[in-house]
Write a protein that binds this ligand. Structure first.
Ligand SMILES: [Zn+2]
Ligand SMILES: [Zn+2]
Length: 154
């Protein structure tokens, strides 16, 4: 596929449209509140997408259910995003993570409260909201993230 130059922002892109502009036009003023900052933090601690199409700006994220979430820069099939549609549409943690992985959005670093080492890793541990699990030297490390009381606020 050939490289195009975006007429709006002047960036180069290779897919069907300029992803930078899709992200900016959809969510220009959406990020600057506590609820969205919490979503960004959760996005930065998510397990990486199980599949990603960097040209089209699409990814699949495995949640706790069997069917992965289908995430684009303007939509997601997760409950948090679908619920946001009826009040004030705003990116979910999956969309933030996708935008970050595509280099379109900087995400804040999460604050680690404590770490627990253990040998086995269940799906539930891996994908729970307040913890992330990473493998270090063949051991699993469960990392407890700072809990914010305003996680579900918009
Ligand atoms: Zn553009
Ligand atoms: Zn989502």
């Amino acid at each position: 596929m050939s490289t195009m130059i975006c007429e709006r922002c002047g960036c180069k892109y290779e897919g069907p449209s300029c992803l930078r502009c899709i992200w900016e036009i959809n969510w220009k003023n959406a990020h600057d509140n506590k609820g969205q900052i919490a979503r960004m933090e959760r996005g930065s601690s998510l397990a990486p997408p199980v599949e990603m199409d960097a040209l089209k700006g699409k990814a699949l994220f495995q949640g706790t259910g069997k069917v992965p979430y289908e995430t684009t820069l303007s939509s997601c099939t997760c409950k948090d995003y679908i619920l946001s549609l009826s009040r004030n549409p705003a990116p979910c943690k999956h969309m933030y993570r996708l935008a970050s992985d595509l280099g379109l959005q900087k995400l804040p670093k999460v604050k680690v409260l404590y770490e627990v080492f253990f040998d086995d890793m269940s799906d539930e541990d891996y994908f729970s909201e307040q913890t992330i699990t990473i493998k270090v030297n063949h051991k699993c490390v469960r990392v407890m993230l700072e809990q914010r009381p305003d996680n579900n606020e918009n």
